[in-house]
Design a protein around this ligand. Structure first.
Ligand SMILES: [Zn+2]
Ligand SMILES: [Zn+2]
Length: 619
């Protein structure tokens, strides 16, 4: 767990509880500000905690906050945090985690209706007594009810961006266990699905018992479900502190645009969340077959087994064998597999090229492999431009220089600065006069920076009726326009389609940002007629965005596939608000690969001149 994330989470909780308790607004703000500062720090706060002057030099850190940082760095606790937690019912934190419900509402619910837990909240929604709370209307109550529902459905599955770091860390640790030669994660995580139910780890080891023992004793294991010869299952703590930093009020901030801040689950705060992790130690000779077996979707595996049977063979997790109709499994009879040691070997025995894990869903990949028409899928290294990024001018944490410096460090040839437009009030969207000043500052930075092209852009709100949030004179200032929906995200499908089509048809729009506005496990978002959206995007030369944030992944995989088949252009953007947001690019690329995207069809992969020529056609 990063110290920064854990500490930021505590400050944010203190701010929320202080606000709920009706404490001095100055204190509330001081804690909230400290949380943001710590969250956005580029260095580890633990490393500088001993240096009081360095702490005090940080924006938003006064003597009292510095005390608490030092207390946390030395003891791992903050006394005030514990005292504040003790002042509210434990279940109330769950209520505070519900999207659309801020501290003020939680306080009113607690004081007037005795709502002290999620169960209480559901009760007052069901008996409609929630409507007696000041400023609580039918619509707001409905929104809270559906937020609870979405969260409860999603609670059993973990978002890709939370599961991946856990799996990567486990694999790293397994590879350090003496005698372990191979370790990898498989399952839906390896296929890059947007959420996963559990984590599957495979390994080969000289001493399997030792590998299982090390696995069951790993840091973070909360419960050992099974510990056997070939398989162990444990429940592993999910590092919530690293995954979420604030319990913001989506209803109040529906135009604010950093989903990270909204990532906490309503069930998260009081009971620690865990995920099941399975380890299977397999023989070296079966490594490839096991990887295939535990990676492919059920349907993909069924198709492969059918194919094997047709060829007089049988396929299981130990390998591809001659089919001899003996009911006892061949590996138990000491029969040598035809193939099994590597995935390449097994696919080769099928006379197929290796099918990328992201494609193993039985969506035509086996036929395509047979016809040798599998696409050359996009890779992380193909991406050379970031076209959707925010600075401190709106709701980003980075200055223009920090944002563009980070893009340059990552080897991009182009970065577009696209802060929010005027209607995104809570995201500190820019009024036209502020945009003009901001554009000048970006142009100055562009002139002073070598080695990367810095573009003046904006993420312009698509208003509820489909019109854009800036007039044409203002849009004329911009090199690139990302048009995105942020409000009215529960519109019916027909209205949503009309709205997005109108935005796509606007002659200045280059990219349709996070087209549906969904948040995985939190908010369904718009459900437009995607075929119409894709057709219009092609006609008007607009790229549809895959927003790479793991809470969004919007477009989703199936929509990407439809767009790719139609020949529509795709953009993959990190929607950068903080420096680490660039790291989400991998999740966007996984989603793109699940949609069969090639680098050719992705504007972020084009070379400098091609990208700039394309953008210039709308100027
Ligand atoms: Zn946005
Ligand atoms: Zn954005």
């Amino acid at each position: 767990m990063s110290t920064n994330a854990a500490l930021a989470r505590r400050f944010e909780q203190m701010a929320t509880i202080l606000e709920l308790l009706g404490e001095d607004k100055f204190r509330v703000n001081a804690h909230a500000r400290a949380a943001r500062t710590i969250e956005n720090l580029t260095q580890d706060v633990g490393a500088i905690a001993a240096d009081r002057d360095a702490l005090l030099a940080l924006d938003g850190v006064g003597p009292k906050v510095a005390d608490k940082i030092q207390e946390f760095a030395t003891t791992g606790k903050i006394k005030e945090h514990a005292e504040l937690l003790a002042r509210i019912p434990a279940g109330l934190l769950q209520v505070l985690d519900v999207p659309g419900l801020g501290p003020k509402t939680a306080k009113a619910l607690w004081e007037t209706l005795n709502v002290e837990s999620l169960a209480d909240l559901k009760r007052v929604i069901a008996d409609r007594s929630i409507l007696t709370v000041p400023r609580m209307g039918e619509k707001a109550a409905q929104k809270i009810a559906s937020a609870i529902e979405i969260a409860e459905q999603g609670a059993a599955r973990l978002p890709l961006g939370q599961a991946m770091p856990i799996a990567v860390a486990i694999v790293e640790r397994m590879l350090k266990v003496p005698g372990v030669a191979n370790a990898a994660f498989a399952g839906s995580l390896r296929r890059g699905k947007e959420t996963v139910g559990d984590i599957d780890i495979l390994a080969t080891a000289a001493d399997p018992a030792k590998a299982h023992d090390a696995f069951c004793k790993m840091r973070g294991v909360r419960q050992v479900i099974v510990s056997g010869e070939s398989k162990s299952s444990v429940r592993m703590a999910i590092d919530l502190d690293a995954a979420s930093d604030a319990d913001r009020d989506i209803a109040a901030t529906s135009s604010a645009d950093s989903p990270t801040a909204e990532a906490a689950s309503p069930t998260a705060a009081t009971s620690e969340r865990t995920i099941q992790v399975d380890l299977r130690v397999v023989p070296e000779a079966s490594w490839g077959a096991a990887l295939m077996y535990f990676t492919g979707s059920k349907e993909h595996n069924v198709r492969l087994r059918e194919r094997a049977l047709k060829a007089g063979r049988s396929l299981n997790e130990y390998g591809l064998y001659p089919n001899d109709d003996d009911p006892a499994p061949p590996h138990k009879r000491g029969i040598k597999p035809i193939a099994g040691a590597s995935e390449e070997e097994v696919y080769k025995a099928f006379s197929l090229p290796v099918i990328a894990p992201e494609l193993r869903e039985d969506r035509g990949e086996i036929d395509a492999a047979q016809r040798n028409t599998l696409p050359r899928l996009i890779e992380l290294g193909d991406i050379k431009a970031e076209l959707h990024a925010h600075t401190t001018a709106s709701d980003g944490a980075l200055s223009i220089e920090q944002l563009t410096g980070e893009a340059k460090r990552r080897g991009f040839h182009t970065i577009a600065v696209t802060d929010h437009s005027k209607s995104s009030v809570i995201a500190n969207g820019l009024q036209p006069d502020r945009l003009r000043e901001h554009a000048k500052a970006v142009r100055r930075a562009a002139a002073a920076t070598k080695g990367i092209t810095i573009l003046v852009g904006a993420e312009v709100d698509i208003l509820a009726d489909g019109s854009l949030d800036y007039d044409d004179d203002t849009l004329a200032l911009l090199d690139v326009v990302v048009a995105s929906p942020h409000v009215a995200l529960s519109q019916d499908a027909k209205t949503a389609t009309k709205r997005l089509l109108k935005a796509i048809e606007h002659p200045r729009v280059n990219i349709l940002g996070h087209p549906t506005g969904r948040l995985i496990g939190r908010r369904a978002g718009l459900e437009p007629a995607m075929d119409e959206i894709i057709a219009a995007a092609m006609q008007h030369d607009v790229a549809l965005e895959i927003n790479a944030h793991w809470m969004r992944l919007d477009l989703r995989d199936t929509h990407v596939r439809a767009a790719v088949e139609a020949g529509c252009l795709i953009a993959i953007d990190c929607d950068v608000h903080a420096p680490t947001d660039y790291d989400n690019l991998g999740y966007g690329v996984l989603t793109a690969r699940r949609g069969w995207l090639t680098a050719e069809q992705c504007v972020n992969c084009w070379d400098h001149n091609r990208l700039h020529d394309w953008l210039a056609t709308k100027r």
